[in-house]
Design a binder for this molecule. Sequence first.
Ligand code: FE2
Length: 277
Amino acid sequence: MALELRKMSGTFGVEVTGIDLAKGVSANEASLLQAALRDRLVMVIKNQNLSPKQYVDGIKVFGDPMHQHLAKLLMDEHPEIAVLDSRVANSKSADGKIMPIGSKDWHTDHTNHAKPPKMTVLYAVKLPKEGGDTGFANMQAAFSGLEEVEQSHLLSLKTVNVLEQNLSYVDDKTRQSLPPQKHPFIRTHPETGKKAIYVHPGKLAHFEGMSPSESKALLNSLLDRVLKPDITYRHKWSMGDLVIWDNRATLHVAHTDYDPSEGRILHRICLEGDVPA
Ligand SMILES: [Fe+2]
């Protein structure tokens, strides 16, 4: 079966069939995959059947796995993988309700790191009967759609990022090792030079020089305007799907419209990134 690429929407996303990451890919296939992901920002690789080791090895075609701060969820024998099991990995909402893991707000990953992951990968191991989709937004398209005057204002902003307080799966040692990090709000992609809105609202303490409430108001009003259907894609998971996205250019969101006790299991790997610029 030959490698096939199919666009998933007008602005971004690409579906891949005809490869088996367990067997590895040729150098030619590797460069086709890397170029497609650079261009399309989100990639769904269909019909995979991967042991944890095959997953860790196979994903290296896109980069090197990095240590994740979800210390209590890392797989013993393969600590590159965080096991996101909705029966175990959860958090409590403000009213004390148990929530499946995964932010319900649009975000990019791990902005409280000096070098946040360039990409995140999820591999479906067990899925609920319905629900649990993952949404993606093309933040290069979001930024390029703004008026120039607003673009230049946003280009001057820096975010100050901290780890959220209510994450039960982060241990104290990990928490202490992660001081606040300052990043540009508009990030330039190191490979394509395209600019994107780059933010994790839950980890944003404030914009530099602004109060937390002013920062929240600015961010909410911007995201309300830009997160429109034309720049988003909603992925309905099938068993065997491996989804990888570029954190430097997209935001994602978890749909938590399923019963966490049913057990939804995704294996997550993050790939080493560089200092945002
Ligand atoms: Fe995330």
